[in-house]
Ligand binder design. Structure first.
Ligand SMILES: *Cc1c(COP(=O)(O)O)cnc(C)c1O
Length: 392
């Protein structure tokens, strides 16, 4: 069985973890600062704060920018639920913007349509690994006084023009879950050029505790003060050592993913009904996922049948994602329901994520292509995008 994603752990990764295990520090030690510095250097930004997951990073950002019960935050309809859950953690309301039908990235014109007097921020998600239209989003944020947050969990190592992902928004958030590029087991990061926001996140990840050195000198080295209700969202030295070792291989991983993507693009150009997402100009796509839109067969959406037929051939695929507001929690808590974001709903019925990871071999890539070709031929798939246009 070829999986849709798989982490790559080499001997140097294992050695890096073993070194921490032999050291004095399993958490709050020097490996954390080393990872933060290496990551900030890589991105080309002033501050990087490591936390326990991408979800914790999103939560910390919501707190640091002051999102609260009276606020709304705009999130794309197609993303992992964690992007919206972080808004709910702080008592605010996530409102959903539709996506572009060719890229599945948040649609700036629908963002503008969803802005109200309560809107505080936009969380843009670099879906599948491709940076959003940050020029348009930044202009909207400036016009309406909003904070621009990038959920860059899919796009680490990517670029928009000359700028690396991580420098495209006011704050950017990353995940180091094993299906993502940098596999640390669990882990996350917030990056920003804003020192005050970085300090707030450092406090938030450590129970809301500050250790004021002046006070410590006066009261004794044991002194610390909890100034707000924070969490234990720390990333351990064990995880940070693994992540630092993985970071060194990030560019090679993105390069290999692009080689695989070009081969898929070339093959699927000649297989109707297996239609890759459109690429934006001047973008380096980090390809966390390789997503295709599946056409109809016999007048019916064929995605579920293609999923099963590929599975029967030993090819693992997945669906990313169910529109967030269609989950029962969101329907019940916020009164959302079908019809809110028509493009997201129409494309959700078509999307399939094919195997994409750096250790995928050329033979496996050809096996995926061959499987897709056979399934599309046997089912007589129609071209997907044309039909999405007709149905929308
Ligand atoms: C993976 C992911 C997250 C959450 O990251 P975790 O580290 O698993 O908490 C958030 N947003 C998106 C878009 C993701 O893909």
């Amino acid at each position: 069985m070829i999986p849709y994603a798989r982490q790559a752990i080499d001997q140097d990764d294992i050695d890096a973890v073993a070194e921490v295990l032999r050291s004095d520090w399993l958490t709050t030690g020097p490996a954390v600062a080393r990872f933060e510095e290496a990551f900030a250097d890589y991105v080309g930004i002033k501050h990087a704060v490591a936390v326990s997951s991408g979800t914790a990073a999103l939560h910390a950002v919501m707190r640091a920018i002051g999102v609260g019960p009276e606020d709304e935050v705009i999130v794309p309809a197609i993303t992992f639920t964690a992007s919206a859950n972080a808004v709910v953690y702080e008592g605010a309301r996530p409102t959903f913007a539709d996506v572009d039908r060719a890229t599945l990235l948040i649609d700036p014109s629908d963002v503008e349509a969803k802005i109200t007097s309560k809107t505080k921020a936009i969380i843009a998600v670099d879906y599948a690994g491709q940076p959003c239209d940050y020029d348009a989003l930044r202009a909207i944020c400036q016009k309406h006084g909003l904070v621009l947050v990038a959920d860059a969990c899919h796009s680490v190592g990517g670029r928009l023009g000359e700028k690396r992902v991580g420098r495209l928004a006011d704050l950017s958030v990353f995940s180091f879950h094993p299906v993502k590029h940098i596999a640390a087991g669990e882990g996350g990061m917030v990056v920003t050029d804003d020192l005050k926001v970085a300090e707030a996140i450092r406090r938030f990840r450590n129970h809301g505790i500050v250790t004021d050195h002046h006070q410590r000198a006066k009261s004794g080295a044991w002194f610390y003060e909890m100034v707000e209700l924070g969490y234990n969202y720390r990333m351990s030295d064990i995880h940070c050592a693994l992540a630092t070792s993985q970071l060194a291989k990030l560019d090679a991983s993105v390069a290999r993913r692009n080689v695989i993507a070009r081969r898929y693009d070339e093959a699927f150009a000649n297989i109707p009904g297996v239609d890759p997402l459109a690429q934006r100009a001047d973008v380096l796509n980090a390809y966390h996922l390789y997503v295709v839109q599946i056409g109809d067969a016999g007048g019916e959406p064929a995605r579920d049948n293609v999923y099963a037929a590929l599975r029967a051939r030993g090819i693992g695929t997945n669906v990313h994602y169910i529109p967030v507001y269609l989950h029962s929690f969101y329907q019940e808590r916020f009164g959302y329901g079908p019809g809110l974001c028509p493009v997201a709903e129409a494309t959700y019925a078509r999307i399939l994520s094919l195997p994409m990871f750096p250790s995928l071999t050329d033979e496996e890539v050809e096996a995926v292509i061959q499987g897709a070709r056979e399934v599309a031929g046997e089912m007589g798939l129609q071209e997907a995008l044309r039909q999405t246009d007709e149905s929308a």
